[in-house]
Design a protein around this ligand. Structure first.
Ligand code: FEO
Ligand code: CA
Ligand code: CA
Ligand code: CA
Length: 628
């Protein structure tokens, strides 16, 4: 482990290296069997399956023939690219809106293209590694809340090759992650820009005071010396995906929080619950624990339990205290897809992004009424884990003291263990989850899982191939969708199918060619970000291997595609610069501009010289038409 630099590995790979899993795993199923059972290849894939026909609902099924005849896409698909810039279809334009280090206030110091900025300036600039975001229309102002997921250590600390040397280095890193809230406005000539010094502008980082709410708030497992009541955590971290609520707040989701913690005592005995969440002695290279005792688990063993939550932020009030909603559980949260059941109960779907972890649902006990009190809706409810049966049916299994043998607070603090206890379905790294706004359907991108059929997850759960995760050593990923019973997301029962199984129809074999809606012209790997537009098109963003070689030949840089749920058609809309992940998507109030996140670009994107800078770009139609 020592001779491998975490700065050169993905978070997931480093996690696995630090916390190796046992190698044994039963193969009780083979991929060919799984594939033919679901009728994927050579057929109409998902769209001809019983699950799809029954589940798609009346809304879309009656129009699918027309939809097939006339594509709903308002663009000419683009080919792959392997260069260092962004490409969009003919008739569309793009431009940067904001880059890591750009000022939110006029008091911010300058950004040096060779060295970045210092800790003082970090408080006043747009954060690093842009990810999930949403735009809010507040009293005529357009305000974007956007996650800054993690730090690119070698880029952010170029003078020490990415190794923090001081408390000041650590403070700088802590300040460029978390969440940025910023007002944006249209710019002359197209695109958008940040409104510098807007009263909405705000940085929320690894040190921002927060509060816990919900059943686990105040629990002994969350108490620290600095916060003996266990109700006032500090900071939100590794903010990956996100989701808007119907009441105008922003849910930011804490994913690989474990990587920030380490121990100054290499022999310190670690609490039993650490292993499942990948918390170890060394951390992932941030070195916080060496300069900030809060992150030293030999001194503050409860601190890592204060991360891994869904945190609610009110973008309309820059003085508001963010709230960690413990009722939504503690996992490596990707994002949160909030929808309403017909009776007004709030349903939140959430994925836990790690190989062989689970998909979750929260259901409120209370109902949402516009203008009414919403503070209790994410504190009082039930948590479930998804169980997918091979016959195309499924159910949400309740995580309760009776079903798990754990007490109510422990279920929320150690949610992974609760899911294992009831036997949820191990998934191929659940990334973003979304709900179709015009049909009763949920979608989850299962980005890839090289361990599928190879070894168990961190809890020892079997990860042999199963219905929605049908390929061993799955390097391409797939998108599963489910259709709740009675078109009601509050129901426990659902049917499911696979919307797309990514693959390579040119060099892949068998199931690794992908499903029938994957072609030489639209292929991709590792679906991750997803967002529905108001017309019900599903936008798919990728975070995969962009080598364009071997099994990924012909797939080029990471990209954004649009998918039609009714027909299965998927077309490529945008490609990112090499080295980047395309992640995060939202729209202007008039839906004439889409905002797209370009995370950790290679080269010197977008400036062409100096340090690469994660960037939110605006994309618009040259004829001023709608883009979503
Ligand atoms: Fe932060 Fe799972 O992506
Ligand atoms: Ca992601
Ligand atoms: Ca990813
Ligand atoms: Ca990334």
């Amino acid at each position: 482990m020592k001779d491998i630099d975490p700065r050169d590995l993905s978070a997931d790979d480093w996690d696995e290296l630090n916390n190796p899993r046992p190698d044994a795993c039963d193969f009780d199923a083979v991929v060919d069997e799984a594939i033919s059972r679901r009728g994927f290849l050579g057929g109409v894939l998902a769209f001809g399956s019983g699950a799809a026909v029954m589940g798609a609902g009346t809304l879309l099924s009656s129009t699918s023939a027309e939809a097939q005849a006339a594509s709903r896409f308002a663009f000419t698909p683009i080919p792959i690219f392997t260069d260092a810039t962004v490409h969009v279809p003919e008739g569309y334009s793009w431009a940067p809106v904001v880059r890591w280090g750009d000022p939110l206030t006029s008091s911010a110091g300058a950004f040096d293209p060779e060295t970045g900025h210092d800790a003082e300036t970090a408080q006043h600039v747009f954060g690093e590694n842009t990810d999930g975001m949403w735009l809010y229309s507040i009293d005529g102002h357009e305000v974007i809340a956007v996650n800054s997921e993690y730090a690119n250590l070698k880029t952010n600390l170029p003078q020490s090759e990415g190794v923090p040397q001081s408390a000041d280095d650590v403070l700088m890193l802590q300040r460029i992650q978390g969440v940025t809230v910023m007002e944006v406005a249209p710019k002359d000539g197209g695109g958008y820009e940040v409104v510098v010094d807007s009263p909405f502008n705000r940085r929320i980082d690894h040190n921002t005071p927060m509060r816990f709410a919900g059943p686990a708030a105040g629990h002994a497992l969350l108490q620290t010396e600095a916060d003996p009541e266990g109700i006032a955590p500090m900071g939100t971290m590794n903010n990956c995906g996100s989701g808007p609520t119907p009441w105008g707040t922003y849910l930011t989701c804490e994913e690989n929080f474990n990587g920030y913690f380490g121990s100054t005592d290499p022999e310190a005995e670690l609490p039993e619950d650490y292993a499942r969440y990948g918390i170890g002695h060394e951390g992932w290279g941030y070195e916080y624990h060496k300069f900030d005792a809060r992150f030293d688990v030999s001194k503050n063993p409860a601190e890592p339990r204060r991360q891994g939550w869904v945190t609610e932020i009110d973008p309309s009030d820059p003085t508001s205290t963010p709230v960690k909603r413990t009722a939504l559980g503690r996992i490596k949260h990707e994002n949160a897809a909030v929808t309403l059941a017909p009776d007004g109960r709030v349903v939140v779907y959430m994925g836990d992004d790690e190989r062989g972890e689970y998909l979750y649902k929260y259901r409120s006990n209370g109902v949402y009424s516009p203008g009414g009190d919403t503070d209790h809706l994410l504190d009082d409810g039930e948590l479930f884990v998804a169980k997918f049966h091979p016959d195309g049916t499924g159910e949400w299994l309740a995580l309760t003291p009776e079903t798990t043998g754990m007490d109510a607070a422990e279920i929320l603090i150690f949610t992974r263990m609760a899911a294992s206890a009831v036997g949820g379905t191990t998934m191929d790294r659940p990334e973003w989850v979304q709900v179709n706004p015009i049909a009763a359907e949920g979608y989850a991108s299962l980005t890839n899982n090289k361990n599928r059929g190879v070894k168990p997850n961190a809890g020892g759960d079997d990860t042999s191939v199963n219905g929605p995760n049908p390929r061993e050593v799955n390097n391409y990923g797939q998108i599963v969708r489910w259709f709740p019973a009675n078109d009601d997301h509050a129901m426990d029962a659902f049917r499911w199918d696979l919307y797309v199984m990514a693959g390579n129809p040119v060099v892949g074999e068998g199931a690794y060619k992908g499903s029938s809606n994957v072609t030489e012209g639209n292929m991709f790997n590792s679906p991750d970000g997803m967002m529905f537009d108001s017309s019900g098109l599903l936008w798919i963003q990728t975070d995969g291997d962009d080598s364009n070689e071997g099994e990924f030949e012909g797939q080029g840089n990471n990209q954004m595609l649009a998918g039609d749920p009714a027909t299965g058609q998927i077309e490529r809309f945008l490609t990112g610069p090499n080295g980047s992940e395309v992640t995060g998507l939202c729209w202007s109030t008039d839906r004439k501009t889409m905002f797209v996140g370009i995370q950790h670009p290679g080269g010197s994107f977008p400036d062409g010289e100096g340090l690469p800078r994660s960037t939110v770009i605006a994309v618009w139609r040259d004829d001023g038409g709608l883009v979503g």
